[in-house]
Design a protein around this ligand. Structure first.
Ligand code: RP5
Length: 181
């Protein structure tokens, strides 16, 4: 069952960060089978101390939940939604149609078609309903993009993003130096 699979992947506390705090980011996905990919977004948000929640919301299996989650998100204090799905991946687009919040789509590589199906389902939104789509299975970038979006109103968060970029650059420089020796 979902609870058991959730708990076996990550313990409960690490999923809903700081439960007393209003989540700023909602990480949702079509199935618990997306969790091994989507947990990378949670890891990034935890690293930047951004409160988040994780929910299984399926566009096809639980359309009513999708409707109520997306419609209520803004009033609940959510500022960005990260939505991952595989196959006929309608979740990010449908959610974007139901909320004025920015939605970041993560195409999850499902069992067939190498995730190209998910990518095209998510990226090919009709004019008027944008979904910021990251690379196949790249929930890390979805987390980082959410942090950058929240940084618009949070100078401290921007500084930490800048530090993250400096650290990345230094890592590469150290590797290059080692190769040159
Ligand atoms: C989608 O179908 C999910 O997002 C998942 O990527 C895919 C397969 O789901 P399961 O059959 O593993 O639950 O809705």
């Amino acid at each position: 069952d979902v609870e058991k699979r959730l708990d076996s992947l990550l313990n409960r506390e690490s999923f809903d960060s700081q439960s007393a705090v209003t989540p700023h980011v909602g990480i949702i996905m079509g199935s618990d089978s997306d969790l091994p990919v989507m947990k990378d977004a949670a890891k990034i948000l935890a690293m930047f101390d951004v409160p988040y929640e994780v929910r299984i919301v399926s566009a096809h299996r639980t359309p009513e939940n999708m409707f109520s989650y997306a419609s209520a998100a803004r009033d609940r204090g959510i500022q960005v939604i990260i939505a991952g799905a595989g196959g006929a991946a309608h979740l990010p687009g449908m959610v974007a149609s139901l909320t004025p919040l920015p939605v970041i789509g993560v195409p999850v590589r499902a069992s067939t078609l190498d995730g190209i199906d998910s990518l095209l389902s998510i990226v090919q939104m009709p004019r008027g309903v944008p979904v910021a789509t990251v690379a196949i299975n790249n929930a890390t970038n979805a987390g980082l993009l959410a942090v950058r979006m929240l940084g618009v109103g949070d100078a401290d968060l921007v500084s930490r993003m800048s530090q993250y970029q400096d650290d990345m650059r230094n890592e590469v420089l150290v590797k290059t130096e080692k190769l040159e020796k």
